[in-house]
Design a protein around this ligand. Structure first.
Ligand SMILES: [Fe+2]
Ligand SMILES: [Fe+2]
Length: 228
């Protein structure tokens, strides 16, 4: 019997790491990285592969990778993808996942950060897009939000974020609605390198990546690259 994401969610050691990572990031002023964030990434990564027609087991592994991808923050924010992969190797083996599934997951986790990661597999591509798509008002911890903090300002302005997959047209789209609390310029100031990594990830999946903010397509470069 295959280990499912629901079983991984019940693992007490992994749950403790997620909790610790979230509290550590709160202490240094970062947005929410707890069960809401990793739950969104888990569900979205699994759905991306499912909508593209990948085998069910690949979708489950993407959902597991999404759930565990940020545990490295329990060690340090810096290089947390890499430390997370190292932490997870023995823990995931302990859950009963076969070694080849564990190595696939730790590789995807170890490459999910734009600072030092590269898209290395379909699993990794789905994880990157799902993770980078999660800018949302509910991630702001301080209320009233701190308007001087660009992360708070951008996240607070985003009332909805959706990842749309059009398997026929080979398009993966992040649709964001933001209000006047922030601006597209603010969003790009902190998300540009992440959106470029999403272009790389969509390309790996044989798709064009589109970033749409308030109904306006922001990136044409990804289309050109995919059509070239
Ligand atoms: Fe992360
Ligand atoms: Fe994340």
């Amino acid at each position: 019997m295959h280990i499912t994401v629901n079983e991984i969610k019940k693992d007490p050691k992994i749950a403790a790491l997620i909790d610790s990572a979230n509290r550590m990031l709160e202490a240094i002023g970062y947005t929410e990285h707890g069960p809401r964030h990793v739950g969104f990434v888990s569900a979205t990564a699994g759905r991306i592969l499912s909508e593209l027609g990948f085998p069910q087991r690949d979708c489950q592994l993407a959902a597991i990778a999404g759930w565990v991808h940020d545990v490295g923050n329990a060690v340090n924010r810096l290089n947390h993808g890499i430390s997370g992969g190292v932490l997870l190797f023995p823990l995931l083996l302990e859950t009963g996942l076969p070694i080849e599934e564990v190595t696939a997951i730790v590789g995807a986790v170890g490459n999910h950060e734009e600072q030092n990661g590269k898209v290395i597999s379909a699993l990794s591509a789905a994880l990157v897009i799902a993770d980078k798509a999660d800018a949302h008002r509910t991630r702001v911890r301080r209320m009233p939000y701190n308007a001087a903090d660009i992360h708070d300002r951008v996240n607070y302005s985003i009332g909805s974020n959706q990842v749309e997959v059009d398997a026929q047209r080979r398009e993966i789209r992040i649709q964001i609605s933001m209000d006047e609390t922030s601006s597209v310029m603010d969003f790009l100031e902190i998300y540009l390198s992440r959106m470029l990594m999403c272009e790389e990830a969509a390309g790996f999946l044989g798709c064009r990546f589109q970033l749409v903010v308030n109904g306006v397509l922001i990136n044409r470069q990804g289309q050109k690259r995919a059509e070239a």
